[in-house]
Design a protein around this ligand. Structure first.
Ligand code: GAP
Length: 479
């Protein structure tokens, strides 16, 4: 049994209706993708599972749906206008563009660098002096390594803010510039006090939301791993200042366990502390997954102190204080954040689900989704499209279609129909044959082991309910 390369995943998801390059008939647009019917269904299930985890499993979290456009001052106060940028450099020979921090991180991962090297790099990067950073890259011969010794001709290092500016309304001018939000978190911070007061919530509590975010990524070479338009699932947990450390540890473990409950083996996951903290963070760790292109971040867990709320308090001149009736004092809460990229999570699920195996000398490819995430849950087939079988099969479809994601098909041989469902990861197929009309039994086929069993049609609904229950998922999470 083998897993797929990134190229396998890209080709498979395109061929079988999960992901398409955006506006492909015009040649596509870099780092933007459309979700086809099965991709959209997968994404919906992942969103539901995450939201249910936040709102139902963790009982102290409420939901929110903030607008994408926000007052431009939000991005001044949050630090995004000043500091949300990437450094890049181009090789004039190969015409290739590199993100400077990624280039050095890759170098560190593949070379035995000294502590002194790391310190020098961190000092240069944090200092932000572009000439000094270039000097470091040249001195350590990192540029030559990137271009395999061939390139000596490089541009200067340049800096670019990742936010997309736009104009709201008819006015044009800098003071009217609005931005497509680069993260959903700020929508939560500016609504913190409203939410707390209107629902009379007491600390600690969290606010969770799912929504689009936009970043003008400089380099986009890894499919839906790094996109310019993507979705985030973010939860900000507001806590008394002296409880931040405890809650940071809690969320690190709770979120790690969530991936394990999804069926991701522990060896494919790591918790990676940040070497360089973002401008808002006092502590941070990434949950990284072993993608076909190496261990990379899926989720960030950040202890943000009271940075965001106090920045918004200062910039808006509105008090953002919580009155703690137990301690009889007001303060700005601290925040622990869990931030997942939904598209990256879908990519992780697709990579993990992709199986290629040899069955009696023939290659078999299928997607081994956990049943509760599968876009199609049950496919219903009449063995032949005549002699009363379609009518009986359609009756079963109508009995199941409001409770399960059902797919109905009459065309092609039964073997081909099973194969097509394997390719999109459908856990169960039900076939109605001539005997069904006499004995009211159907064939239930299991995707993973391809076993077929005869079961009474009257029991199908109950059997499927057990198979699609998420109860074991919830049972395996810490409270
Ligand atoms: N509010 C904190 C925040 O936005 P981040 O580490 O910049 O933190 C959080 O982003 C998550 O969003 C990442 O772990 C990643 O999964 C996802 N993400 C960030 N940029 C992305 C991009 N260009 N394409 C897809 N997902 C992205």
């Amino acid at each position: 049994m083998t897993s797929g390369s990134l190229e396998d995943i890209i080709a498979h998801t395109k061929a079988y209706g999960f992901l398409f390059p955006s506006s492909e008939i015009y040649g596509g647009i870099q780092a933007v993708y459309d979700y086809g019917p099965w991709g959209a269904a997968l994404k919906e299930r992942v969103k539901t599972l995450w939201m249910d985890t936040m709102l139902k499993h963790h009982t102290k979290i409420v939901g929110l749906d903030a607008a994408i456009f926000m007052h431009p001052k939000v991005w001044e106060a949050s630090g995004h206008l000043e500091q949300f940028d990437d450094l890049f450099i181009d090789s004039k020979e190969s015409q290739k563009r590199y993100r400077v921090d990624h280039m050095v991180e890759e170098y560190i991962q593949t070379h035995a660098v000294s502590e002194d090297f790391r310190e020098k790099w961190q000092r240069a990067f944090a200092g932000g002096d572009l000439d000094q950073i270039l000097h470091f890259l040249k001195e350590e011969a990192i540029l030559e390594v990137q271009e395999k010794g061939n390139a000596t001709n490089w541009t200067a290092i340049r800096r670019m803010n990742l936010m997309f500016p736009t104009q709201l309304g008819a006015q044009a001018g800098n003071q009217d510039t609005a931005y497509l939000r680069p993260e959903t978190a700020q929508g939560i911070y500016v609504n913190f006090l409203q939410t707390q007061k209107s629902l009379r919530l007491s600390l600690p509590f969290g606010i969770a939301q799912i929504g689009k975010a936009f970043r003008n990524e400089l380099i986009a070479r890894q499919f839906i791993f790094r996109m310019r338009e993507f979705e985030q699932m973010e939860m900000q947990f507001f806590v008394p200042p002296d409880e931040e450390k405890t809650w940071f540890s809690f969320w690190k473990e709770a979120r790690r366990q969530w991936y394990v409950a999804l069926g991701i083996p522990e060896k494919n996951l790591q918790l990676m502390p940040h070497e360089k903290l973002a401008h808002y963070a006092s502590d941070a760790v990434d949950i990284v997954y072993d993608f076909p292109f190496g261990f990379k971040e899926v989720e960030g867990i950040h202890a943000r102190g009271n940075f965001d709320l106090s920045q918004h308090e200062r910039a808006s001149s509105k008090k953002i204080r919580y009155f703690d009736s137990r301690r009889k004092t007001s303060y700005i809460p601290h925040v622990v954040e869990s931030s997942v990229g939904l598209d990256r999570l879908c990519l992780m699920i697709l990579c993990h689900a992709f199986v290629r195996e040899n069955v009696q000398g023939k290659e078999r490819v299928y997607l081994r989704f956990p049943p509760y995430l599968a876009p199609v849950q049950v496919a219903i087939f009449p063995l032949v499209a005549k002699e009363g079988l379609p009518e009986r099969a359609q009756r079963l479809r109508d009995e199941l279609k409001y409770e399960f994601a059902v797919f109905y098909e009459e065309a092609a041989s039964i073997g081909k129909r099973y194969t097509r469902q394997d390719l999109i990861g459908t856990p169960y197929c039900v076939t109605i044959d001539h005997e069904t009309l006499a004995d009211e039994k159907v064939t239930l086929r299991d995707r993973d082991n391809m076993k077929q069993e005869r079961v009474p049609i009257s029991k199908i609904k109950d059997i499927l309910k057990v198979h699609f229950s998420t109860q074991s998922f919830w049972n395996s999470l810490p409270a």
